[in-house]
Design a protein around this ligand. Structure first.
Ligand code: ZN
Length: 266
């Protein structure tokens, strides 16, 4: 599943479309996670003036509104000019020089249109961007003091911090040496400071790495894998902890794989 760094990498790969005219949108299948907004099929000759990311949403701002895209579990964006159509190619965005195609076999993705993205229900309650300037330790500390949930679920709550997914929540907590089961309000200031700084560090590193594999991301037929980076714990249950060599444990939290070292993470 694409996480924040992958979505940011995709955004950067799409920047060549900024200030280009979106001639039309071809919708082949409407029933994604939510029905594709009917306004999309009516868009014609609109300047795509800016492409932003908010949490794991891509925001394609065109004259008169914003196309809101979430890649869901298996969604891909790629340039498809000259490529034949495949079964799960649900939407094409037609430009003069490019065809931007949305492929989504599992259809958990979303392609929506809104005239007011700032007040859109999917965006308006999102917490600060972890790599943005409004992500402040003091705010995080205030929010942590109110929460007794498992910290991993708290970190993944987009209303607390926008866009930390399962993979990076596992990694951040391993590096910060905090058990995923701890309550945020039980963390000391220095423990929470580690969570705060590793959040930025882990995501920034992943974004930086994504930049180096940009080509695979957008220019392929959508088959190229998301970039693989060295992960400390995620996907490594049953293997030795990279720090102490004890076997990494796996539990489910809210149905999601949670891998940690019970020795290093307390
Ligand atoms: Zn360990």
């Amino acid at each position: 599943m694409p996480e924040l760094p992958e979505v940011e990498t995709i955004r950067r790969g799409l920047l060549c479309l900024e200030n280009k005219t979106l001639r039309k949108v071809i919708v082949r299948r409407k029933d994604l996670r939510w029905p594709i907004s009917p306004e999309l099929s009516k868009l014609k000759d609109r300047c795509l003036y800016k492409i932003e990311r908010r949490a794991k949403y891509l925001l394609l701002h065109v004259e008169g509104g914003t196309i809101l895209v979430h890649l869901g579990m298996s969604g891909r964006f790629f340039f498809a000019e000259g490529l034949s159509l495949q079964k799960h190619d649900h939407v094409d965005f037609i430009f003069d020089q490019h065809v931007l195609r949305f492929r989504d076999p599992r259809r958990f993705g979303a392609v929506l249109f809104t005239k007011d993205h700032l007040h859109h229900p999917l965006l308006k309650n999102l917490g600060p961007e972890p790599l943005g300037e409004d992500f402040l330790f003091e705010d995080l500390q205030r929010a942590a003091a109110k929460s007794k949930r498992a910290i991993k679920l708290w970190l993944m709550d987009a209303n607390v911090i926008a866009g930390i997914g399962n993979i990076y929540a596992n990694e951040i907590l391993f590096l910060a040496k905090i058990s995923p089961l701890r309550a945020p309000n039980s963390l000391s200031t220095s423990e929470l400071k580690k969570v705060f700084s590793y959040t930025r560090e882990v995501l920034q590193k992943a974004v930086d790495m994504g930049g180096t594999t940009l080509k695979d991301f957008v220019n392929s037929q959508g088959e190229a894998g998301y970039f693989q980076q060295t992960l400390h714990v995620y996907g490594n249950a049953g293997k030795p902890c990279p720090k102490c060599r004890k076997t990494l444990l796996e539990i489910k939290l809210a149905g999601r794989s949670t891998v940690y070292c019970s020795t290093c993470q307390v």
